[in-house]
Design a protein around this ligand. Structure first.
Ligand code: C5P
Length: 213
């Protein structure tokens, strides 16, 4: 099982970066639970203070492009990808070699698109089960269903990060799961550790179904 977790850091200069509020808790919980169930787990993690779960092989990365390279290197050998990382959509066009000095007036940053890692995985999907996350602040179902289709996912775990107990930096989550066949499930507020089990139950069910048919 390949799990990605935490945010990415997109460097502006040697001391500054563009980042986001993801702490990595959701992905680390999935990696821990998958290892506990006996899976071989590779956890590709952006910068975080979290401790590596027992039995998990961890690869540390910083930027979205680092994460893309690490994920692609592992992709062929995995049965499922659970992409809990909050990947930066944009990076600075240039990373200054030296610390940017302040001057009077405005400073404008030019940004360019990062690769959409999950979209790329969806394009070259073979046997792999692909699970995405959608952190939204509005129109959760519409955006989540759109991403599910565009990125060629098996299911997507969507949450409204504007809710107090869901999303970044808290130990609970409140999600809906949308499936490629159109089904949707509402789940109650629960600890991320428990949600990790819910997600892995569904991955296991898809794997079992494939073994039978
Ligand atoms: O950022 P977005 O809402 O599109 O994220 C949906 C899913 O796509 C998440 O699972 C996230 O990890 C993944 N993603 C990615 N590469 C990006 C942006 C998002 O893999 N550049």
């Amino acid at each position: 099982i390949l799990v990605t977790a935490a945010g990415t850091e997109e460097p502006l200069d040697p001391v500054r970066y563009l980042g986001n509020r993801s702490t990595g808790r959701m992905g680390f919980a999935v990696a821990a639970e998958a290892a506990r169930r006996g899976a071989q787990v590779v956890l590709i993690a952006g910068p975080t203070h979290l401790v590596t779960p027992a039995g998990v092989r961890r690869v540390d990365v910083r930027s979205a492009r680092d994460m893309y390279a690490a994920v692609c290197a592992a992709y062929d050998g995995v049965d499922a990808v659970i992409k809990a990382a909050a990947v930066a959509d944009y990076r600075p066009v240039e990373t200054a070699a030296h610390k940017i000095k302040k001057s009077d007036g405005e400073l404008t940053l030019a940004l360019t698109r990062n690769p959409d890692i999950l979209y790329e995985l969806g394009q070259k999907k073979r046997h792999q089960i692909l699970v995405g996350f959608a952190a939204e602040t509005q129109n959760v179902a519409d955006y989540a269903r759109g991403k599910l289709a565009t990125k060629n996912l098996d299911f997507i775990v969507a949450n409204n990060v504007a809710e107090k107990d869901a999303g970044f930096g808290v130990s609970t989550n409140h999600v809906q799961i949308f499936y490629a066949d159109g089904r949707a499930e509402d789940h109650p507020l629960m600890p991320k550790a428990k949600l990790a089990g819910v997600i892995l139950d569904r991955v296991e069910a898809i794997l079992k179904q494939r073994t039978v048919t």
